[in-house]
Each structure stands twice: as C-alpha cells, then as structure tokens.
Design a protein around this ligand. Structure first.
Ligand code: SAM
Ligand code: DTB
Ligand code: SF4
Length: 346
C-alpha cells in the first residue's frame, strides 16, 4: 500500500481529475519471489483448479511481495498503420481476410504520431505503444518507425511497438532507435493456435521473441482468452509463457473483443471469474512480470476489473481506443482507479 499522500503526485491534463501517480513502484516487505521457469502443465492446471479464495490469496501474496499493489502502469495505444493485414488471425478486425469495415490505411506521419504521443503523456501515460497491421515490417517502413521511436523517446515516454515478425537485424535497429518494449503475443496454447491463425506458426512467434530478446529489448508477450478455447488451452498458454527462458517483462491478458465480420464474432462469452483466474495464474507463475489487464475492459464491469487488480493485474491500456476498437472511457477509468485508491506508476 502507498503509505501516505506524499507518495502520490497528481499528473495529467485533467488536473485533480486525472490519474494519480505513484512516485515509485515501491516494493513490499516480504521478499520478492524468484521466478521459476520449470512450471509443468499439471502445476498450472492445479492453480486454475484451486478454490477461488485460495487462488486469490496466493496471487495477492505474490503480488504484494513483488509490487506496490496500489500502483498501476499506464500505457496508451496508437494504431500507426491500420487494416489490410495479410494475416488471417480469426480474432482480428484488421485482417484483410475478414469484412469488418476496417479499411487499409497508410502508415501515419511522424508529426501525427508525435502529436498523439504528447497527448498521451499529458493524460498520464508512461508508455506509448504503436501497433501496425503488418505480417512484418518492410525496411522502408522500419526507417519511419525508428524515427517515431526516437521522437517518442525524446518526449520522455517509454516506447513500445508491435509490428509483426522481426528479424534480429530489425530488432537491433529498433533497439538503437530507443525501443524499450516489443509486443508480440503467443495468443493461445500451441494446440489451439492452428484453429485461430493459419498464415504463420507458433514457432515463428517464438523466433521473433528470441530476436527481440537478443537485441536487448524488453518483451511484452501474452495472449487472448474468450476465443472458444478450453481451460486446458488457457493452461497451455500460461505454461508456455511461464516456461520461456526469461519471463516477458510484460504479460498482456486480453479478453477477446468480439468484432462483427471476424470468424470469432459469435464466440461464447467467457465467464469473468475464469478471466480473473487466468490473471491470478499469470501473476503466480510470472511473479515479477507486469500483468496487463488488456483488451476487453470496455465490456467488463468495474467489479470484474477490481477483481483483476486484486488477482495481480498491474497495468492497463488507457485512452479512448485500443487499436481499432473502443477502450474503456477515460473518465470511467479515472473514477475506477480513484474508487480503488490506485495510482499510476512512473
Ligand atoms: N500485426 C502485429 C501482430 O499481430 O503481431 C501487431 C498488431 S496485433 C493487432 C497485436 C495483438 O492484438 C494481437 O497479437 C492480439 O493478441 C491482439 N488483438 C487483436 N485483435 C484483438 C481482439 N479482437 N481482441 C483482443 N485482442 C486482440
Ligand atoms: C495487446 O496484447 N493488446 C493490444 C496491444 N497488445 C497491441 C491490442 C488489442 C487490440 C484489440 C482490437 C483492436 O482494437 O483492434
Ligand atoms: Fe494482422 Fe496482427 Fe491483426 Fe494478425 S493480429 S491480422 S498479424 S494486425
């Protein structure tokens, strides 16, 4: 817990109405937990199967030992290149394979991206994440993205990008430009993956993660639940993430945003308690990672989000849009964080 109001400073365009900021993500009294990389599926499954109260107790104990449970990291997303993607990800409104009304656009200009980044900084974001609907960036595109990364870094923001598959050389160029994080999700279990994406394989994703690591960029890697997968697939996804040689620094857990025109538009809604369990298991198995309560908050009750924070989520996307779909409204988020006594991490 933050000990007193001196630990909190106000920030943001919205003045006293903005998101409060913690001066440091202060650690808690019990010692931090050493990450394990040898989680078996059986162990991960057993966590999912715990009585809810026991699971939450374990997740909270680990969360409190490693983080300030009142502090939440705030990232803002911008789609710098929207739509027309050659991949066929069944969940994604930006795939050219699905008729969703999202049209292909050109890469945004440097000036327009920097204007958005300034606005995000003023609203209280500490990290700016750029998404592009590419299978992988072309060299000319990468020149432009590198200029964006350098410009955003110059504003004092952390930088993150998600541009599809990368070679080692491309990852190194992004690192040299000042990229702090690269987001590349495993999305689901290795077994369920082929029902969701046919145009690139799980191994391609693991290789891009290796290239990002090799370049010295922090990894943001998680997945999506609510795609009609089984609990065993959620077990497989978390076990794969927790079994990576180094845990991702950031683990986004997305609830599927069901978009009309995608093959998953009518996927059955996932029980919110199962979503909270997924967050809790991510927190327990990857104790020092930031766990991001990612897409899907717009349709989530405040109470479900509060349970996610209790389960160990400590990061959100803040701002009116995700990439192409709406995010939870800013005034609603400010009110929720205030009600929960939560503050933004530096
Ligand atoms: N094209 C790049 C790629 O796929 O690597 C980067 C952008 S892509 C939109 C980034 C991530 O957004 C995906 O890996 C997926 O996990 C998430 N995502 C996309 N559509 C989503 C949806 N409808 N609901 C939840 N998450 C979604
Ligand atoms: C992640 O795991 N979720 C974000 C971010 N990384 C790039 C994207 C969510 C996209 C939701 C659908 C859309 O807005 O297009
Ligand atoms: Fe393209 Fe990324 Fe969407 Fe897949 S998730 S269709 S790769 S933008």
């Amino acid at each position: 817990m933050l000990k007193n109001s001196e630990d909190v400073v106000r920030t943001g365009l919205n003045g006293a109405e903005g998101i409060s900021r913690a001066e440091s993500p202060a650690m808690q009294s019990p010692g931090p937990t050493s990450p394990r990389h040898d989680w078996t599926r059986g162990e991960v499954r057993a966590l999912f199967e715990l009585p809810f109260a026991e699971l939450m107790f374990r997740a909270q104990s680990i969360h409190h030992a490693n983080f300030d449970p009142a502090a939440v990291q705030i990232s803002t997303l911008l789609s710098i290149k929207t739509g027309g993607c050659p991949e066929d990800c069944a969940y994604c409104p930006q795939s050219a394979s699905h008729d969703t009304g999202v049209h292909a656009e050109k890469l945004m200009s440097l000036e327009a991206v920097l204007a958005d980044a300034r606005a995000a900084r003023a609203a209280g974001a500490s990290r700016f994440c750029m998404g592009a609907a590419w299978r992988s960036p072309k060299e000319r595109d990468l020149d432009e993205v590198c200029a964006m990364v350098a410009g955003i870094k110059g504003l004092g923001l952390e930088t993150c990008a998600t541009l599809g598959m990368l070679t080692v050389g491309q990852a190194e160029r992004l690192k040299d430009a000042g990229l702090d994080y690269y987001n590349h999700n495993l999305d689901t279990s290795p077994e369920f993956y082929e029902s969701i994406i046919t145009t690139r394989c799980y191994q391609d994703r693991l290789e891009t993660l290796d290239h990002v690591r090799a370049a010295g960029i922090a990894v943001c890697c998680g997945g999506i639940v609510g795609m009609g997968e089984t609990r065993e697939d959620r077990v497989g996804m978390i076990a794969t993430l927790a079994g990576l040689p180094a845990h991702p620094e950031s683990v986004p857990i997305n609830m599927l945003v069901r978009v009309a025109g995608t093959p998953l538009a009518d996927a059955p809604a996932l029980d919110p308690i199962e979503f909270v369990r997924t967050i809790a298991v991510a927190r327990i198995t990857m104790p020092r990672s930031m766990v991001r309560l990612s897409a899907g908050r717009e349709d989530m009750s405040d109470e479900t989000q509060a349970l996610c924070f209790l389960a160990g989520a400590n990061s959100i996307f803040y701002g009116p849009r995700l990439l192409t779909t709406p995010n939870s409204a800013c005034d609603r988020d400010q009110a929720l964080l205030r009600r929960l006594g939560m503050v933004a991490m530096e």
